[in-house]
Design a protein around this ligand. Sequence first.
Ligand code: SF4
Length: 435
Amino acid sequence: MTITASVDDTIQQITEGASDGATCAPELAAGPWVFDLQPPSYGPGASMGDVIPTGSPRQGQLPAAYRDASGDELHRRIVAAKQTLGDRVVILGHFYQRDEVVQHADYIGDSFQLANAAKARTEAEAIVFCGVHFMAETADLLSGPEQAVILPNLAAGCSMADMADIDQVEEAWEALEALYGTEPDADGRVPVVPVTYMNSSAALKGFCGRHGGIVCTSSNAETVLRWAFERGQRVLFFPDQHLGRNTAKKLGVPLEHMPMWNPNRPLGGNQATDLEQAEVILWHGFCSVHKRFTVDQIDRARAQHPGVRVIVHPECPMAVVDAADEAGSTDYIQKAIAAAPDGTTFAIGTEINMVQRLAAQYPQHTIFCLDDVICPCSTMYRIHPGYLAWVLEGLVAGEVLNRITVSDDVAVPARLSLERMLAAKPPVAAGTQAG
Ligand code: SF4
């Protein structure tokens, strides 16, 4: 099965009644500027009416010249502006970004791959990050001081990252210090090591840097948790409970030693006695996109496609990861598909834009999304081509719009936690040599 229509085209068709498919929110067919001016929330496609925290950057109204332009016109303007800017600009497109935007990207990848790609393009004065807010912050942490990182739509946040804010994490830390103290045990292991997923604000990465903690990605979460257990008796893992639980379970941590921390309740909603035996304290956060995948969808895929290979992202709930054949990061999923023998059928549990792109890229396989309802990452989807054209034409005119900067007091410890991650090495497998 080869799918060529973009997710945006499909949503437009469903909304017009020209397709009998389903979308999680028909309002996605409207321009994001319709929602950007409303009280801050993530709008259509976001689960549980996710609310953007107070103090988050607000996107002003996109000028009418961009709101009213057709898709073809925006495409031409983006191409022309990019050509004029040449090497002065580099455009980064996340795997989950819509096709109409990602086709203009110089690099496509996950957030960390993209931030590293930006780092290598030292000649670029501007890095236009077509992803979400925390990704642009990471690019700013890793890029040169004279390079401007631009997020085309400031309303493109990440609902998961926003489920843990710095004040809540500081409060949780104080409560845990009061409970466990601050003294290391006889083996020199401190009471708690904070671990933050890459999908978090720079402030949380900075928090980890200041408190002996570390950052992880979905590719290296296992290595990072081992690193943390070498240095601490237990881990405070935020913001994604599912990645934390799935990884810790793989390392053999029993579920009853993984209490959840709800920041709105005293002691995170736990009894002090439950926290005594905790090995991984899981923050009450999740990804609105990956939470949608279910075991029923896997059962249905297996019934309809005998022999199907089911791969899901580790941000999916534990029951889904357990029921799948494999779980892995976007990079893992892509490599698994590339390495499979022709004619393999894949059911994939990750964001729809990436799955459809993989289906088009590997026509020798049958590749489909486990969830048959079209539901993109609605926050990343807010980078409409109109915003991309606007920031690029701004650069042509000498104006840097929507620059994302991380202040030094946050950036210095945040880089430290990233450096610790890069230095953390997986254990050498028996029979192999390090080299
Ligand atoms: S897919 Fe989920 S974790 Fe990724 S940016 Fe979107 S909301 Fe955030």
